[in-house]
Design a protein around this ligand. Structure first.
Ligand SMILES: [Zn+2]
Length: 165
């Protein structure tokens, strides 16, 4: 949870894809679905590794459902266009704001068996990929807000944190 420093550090490359990583992936998928959210990065559950899971199927209509995506050691190969859409984050509850992102992305990653793959995405999937890869680089969506909105966020969130205590 924000402002935990684990969210601010760059994560390490996954070198070993074994049964313990497999269990971590299953746990992350369960956590993401229970939240419910459309994506979760390993450092959000305190594990500083380059690993994230994405499942946008609950937000899609039946004809065009994307399958669950596991990305290990992901790299953004290309970014195209620009869109500004509302975003939220499981690590920053009760806060959403419009964030400027590329409209289309191309990502290279390894799947849960270690096999390399490339994926091109637009719409919600492009947004989720950028959001999760940001997490793995220690970035949060609030870092992408204008200085004015960032200030409003910090003040509002401080107040929210105090009220919750
Ligand atoms: Zn997030």
């Amino acid at each position: 949870m924000y402002p935990d420093p684990v969210l601010r550090n760059k994560t390490a490359r996954v070198e070993k894809i074994d049964s313990s990583l497999d269990r971590l992936i299953d746990d992350m998928v369960a956590t993401m679905h229970a939240a419910p959210g459309v994506g979760l990065a390993a450092n959000q559950v305190g594990i500083p590794l380059q690993l994230a899971v994405i499942d946008i199927s609950s937000r899609e209509n039946e004809g065009q459902r994307h399958p669950l995506l596991v990305i290990i050691n992901p790299e953004l190969l290309s970014l195209e266009g620009a869109v500004a859409e509302e975003e939220g984050c499981l690590s920053i509850p009760d806060y959403a704001e419009k964030v400027k992102r590329a409209a289309k992305v191309k990502v290279r990653a390894q799947d849960r068996t270690g096999k390399p793959f490339e994926i091109e995405a637009e719409g919600l999937l492009a947004k989720a990929l950028q959001h999760e890869i940001d997490h793995l680089n220690g970035l949060l969506f609030v870092d992408r807000l204008s200085p004015l909105k960032k200030n409003i966020f910090k003040r509002r969130y401080k107040k929210f944190a105090v009220e919750k205590e």
